[in-house]
Design a protein around this ligand. Sequence first.
Ligand code: ADP
Ligand code: MG
Length: 698
Amino acid sequence: MFLRELTAQAEGHVKGVGGETAKALARLGIISVADLLCWYPDPEKWQNRSRQVPLKDFHSGSVCTEIRVLLVTDWEERRNVKRRKIYVEDDTGRAALLRYSKYRYEERDFFPGRRFHLYGRFKYKEGELQSGDFDAEQITEAPPRDFGGILPVYHLTKGLSQGDLRRIMRNALAQYAKPLEDELPQAIIQRDGLLPKSKAICAYHFPESAEELALARKTLIYEELFYLEVVVGRRALERRSREIAPGSDPSLSSSLQQHLLERLPFALTPGQTNAVAEINRDMEGRYPMARLLQGDVGSGKTLVAFLAALRAIEQGGQAAIMAPTELLARQHAENAARLLEPMGLRPAFLTGNMKAAGRSPLLKALAAGDIDIVVGTHALFSRDVVYRNLRLVVVDEQHRFGVTQRQAIMAKGDHPDLLMMSATPIPRTLALTVFGDMDVSVIPDLPPGRKPIKTHLATESNETKVYDFVRKELAAGRQAYFVYPLIEADINKGLKDAESMADRLGRQVFKGLPVALVHSKLDEEEKRRTMEAFRQGEIRVLVATSVVEVGVDVPNATCMVIEHAERFGLSALHQLRGRVGRGEAQSYCFLVYSTVHDGGALTGDGKKRLEVMFKSTDGFIIAEEDLKLRGPGQIVGIEQSGYLSLGVAEPFRDAEELARARTDAFALLEEDPGLLLPENRRIAQVLERAPPFSQITL
Ligand code: ADP
Ligand code: MG
């Protein structure tokens, strides 16, 4: 019997579960016996009642001692609450236990002279040691039930006390745990000295010692991660086994790519060359590509995407490149037109803002196969958009898209190749789990001649120095970005905003130089004109919000000034900084921060983010730090996706175990690719319900 096969309702099958208790459990989502046994204790709150902590040591945490009752006071009314005190003592001191009338308990047991085991948290108050949060059990001949060991603390709901749930859990374990079968292969259990399942589940609820708890935990964690990786591995195999129609004549396959490369004023970097080779191999293969292309900002991913598109076109198909903002999509479209049109190819640009007059001929051309490569926003998968033969989908800045959006664009073709691109590096642990069934290419290098960006931190009071510096760069013919957290003034926030600052920078600070403003509330046409003018160098200073965060590429811009930098997240800061340093000139990033706002000081996290930005320009390091600061739960999509709500394991924290589990799982699949998991195994069930890994938003 496997744990998840205990599908009988807890109500009526577990001693002590009936009526109100069953209802309370149901509120927690506990219906079956298996649900109950998998209701694991809070990992932060074990109560170690195996060692004595006398009253005098109350400071060190929880007291665990043997007491004698001295006296019980009468009920007294205090701020509408009735309360009585039970005075007790152990060998080291005296204390008062507080009882409130609203609790049900047996104060009749607390006779003076009686002895109890006591566990609780104490505070000095009203001139005495007090506890309103304690648990006592009378000392009798029989061994204590809830003392002498380590006790679990469960997450509860109204109408269910800690004591109730512990009692129910003991009953359930006594009735059902013994015959549970192991879910991990025996060889692994033996190799790692893990516990058998039946033992592990009992010990994780009611361990006899800290060692046993640790071992139980290790066992359950490994089991969860093992199944996680088995599922990852199966998905990868599944994808590889999906046959697709073979491409057209492979001997022609690289001629378009060669053609484009000859037209470029530069050579590919080694990282780009490598990525293109990997993509070519995937696209030549029998199975649809699922590849994640990672490369820091400025590493030249767009060009790799174009080269991939050429391969798809050569195979007789169409390519779609999807970008998260209209600004970025337009930039890609213009590059596509500039590079590919002269080669006789037919690129197009599609966004949601397009007028019907332009849109309908375009849609017709797409459906007829008269367009080879289409660049656009989410409009690319609008219902009325039909492709003749969509062979490649490129998702730029993939972390900006949701699961359904990616599914929608993929559905426009028949298992098209998928290339996801991101400059927000995915930490190794995530790459192993969430993207575990995707292939990954990394562009580790930047195009030659790029000088590392110099980053300076400045307090708001030093802003003039920053402005003076930028003025010199502008005088030398360069351009600058100024970024603010708000679009318009908000008196409640007391922050600089883009509108007011565009005005101030234009009229005073950089008087005589063309300064323009761009933010998300402007209409697309105005944004486009402004960006174009900035790219042409007609506008010298671009004041913006984080809309310029992704993708925008203007090599002559050498200064990025971010004011109220403490307000921005690490990945936004990294992306923003990546807007400069794209040409051969030395570039600068100024992070201007206020030390005081909202009446408080610069927060710890804000400060740490700035330090990280100051110390590193490596996107991978920044992403790892970001993860540490924000915690994995903060990453959009992960929490809901179910991957991190495994029972005990946490893929981030348990990264090392995860890597081992992956090796084990993949080895097992290699031996027996048809490995079928019993449908009712818990982990497998959780994971099978989840969407494919590659469709998760990060
Ligand atoms: P990202 O990876 O951030 O999307 P882009 O694709 O926008 O980077 O490329 C950044 C800039 O580098 C562009 O101006 C592009 O033309 C240029 N670039 C790309 N590849 C090379 C290369 N091999 N050598 C020189 N410049 C390159
Ligand atoms: Mg890009």
